[in-house]
Design a protein. Sequence first.
Length: 398
Amino acid sequence: MNDKALSTRLIHNGDGQYYKKMASYQSIPEVLPIYNTSVFAFDDVPSVDAIYDHEAEGYIYSRIRHPNSDAVSEILASADEGEDALVFSSGMSAIVISVLSVVSPGDHILSSPVLYGGVHGFFQNELKRFGIDVTFVDFNAEDIEKYIRPNTKLLYTETICNPLMAVPDIPRLSQIARRHGLLFFIDNTFATSVVAKPLTLDADVVLYSATKYLGGHSDIVAGAAIGSTSVIDKIRGKLVTYGAILGANDSWLLARSLRTLELRVKQHSHNALKVAEFLEGHSKIEKVFYPGLLSSPDHERAAAQFSKGLFGGMISVNLKGGEREASTVIASLPTIKYVPSLAGTATTVSYAAKTSHRSFSKEQLDEVGITYGQLRFSIGLEDAEDIISEIDGALDRI
Ligand code: PLP
C-alpha cells in the first residue's frame, strides 16, 4: 500500500482489513466495541450469497442488523426471558412497527384506554387511515370478551399504565388472548424486566421505550421488542423495510446501561414507595396513584404479578387544586426538573395534561382520569429523604 499515492494510502491504510489482523490476536476487547460501519465487505460473490441464503453467518448492511444491535438484543431477550429481541430508533417505532407487523386492513385491536399519549394517537388516528379499528376498553373493569370481534387480532396494554399507574391482570389477558387466538402485546416501559416479566405470564411481545429505564440516563432515544423467534422474525422484516433499527452508538450505550438495570430499578422502586407513602398522608394531596401502596385498588394484582416488593419508580398525584397549584409546585422544585419524559437517574416531574396527553380532548382526559391538577413524578436515585423534603417544600408553597 505504501507505494501508492498519498490519497490512496489515506483511504486504505487502517480500514476494515485491520479487523482481519486483529482476529489473529490472543486478546479480545473486554467490552464489545462500537461498530461504526454502515456496511460490511466481502472477498467474493459466494460469501455474500451464503449470508443471504442463511447458509453462513455474517453482517451485510447495518439497516438490517449490526453487531451492536445484536449484542444489545441478546441482553434484552435474556432479561425478559424471550427467545429473541430487536432494537429500534425509538419506543414509538418499536410499537408502531410491531403492531403493523401483525395487523392488516379490516382488522381490529382491543386496547386499554390509559396509554402513553403517542400510542393512543397512533391507535386512534393513524390506524384508522389504514382501515384498522381500535376499541378502547377498561381491561380491569369490563368484560373484555364481549368486545372481541371475528376480526380482532390483538390485545394491547401497558404493565403499569401511563400516567395513572393502573395494573392490568396479565395472566387473565393472556388466557383471553389464547382462548380467542389473539396476539397479546404489552408495553413494559414503566415496569422493566426487573419488576415484571410479562412473557413468563404468556404475553406474546413485550415492548419498550428504551429511552426510559432501560437507557436510564436520559441520554438516548431507543425502543425494543422481545418475544418468540417466530413473532420477532415477523417484526424484523418490517423493521428492515421501515428502516428504524437503533444505530451502533446508541445500541452500545443501551447495552452499557443495561448492566446496571437491576440495581437502578430496585432503587427507583424503593425510593418511590417511600415517597408515595409520604405523599399519601399530605394535606395538599387529594390522591396518590402508586400500585405499591396498600390503599391502591391495583395493589393486590400488582403484588401477585410483580417481583417481590417492587412496584416501579413512577408516581402520579392529584393535588387539591388545578393548573395554578400544579404550576406552583413545578416552579418551586429546585432540583426536580420539569421534563416531559421519565426514568433518568434524577427525580423529575411531568404534567400529562400539558405534555404526553396534550392532544387529548377535555372529554378524553376526563374519561381516562387525567386532570390539570395532576402531576407525575419519576422518582430518581437520590436519597429518598432529600426527595421527600424537596417535594414537601414545594407543596408548602401552594
Ligand atoms: N411507551 C411509554 C409507556 C412511554 O412513556 C413512551 C414515551 O414516553 C413511549 C412508549 C414512546 O417511547 P419513545 O419516546 O422512546 O418513542
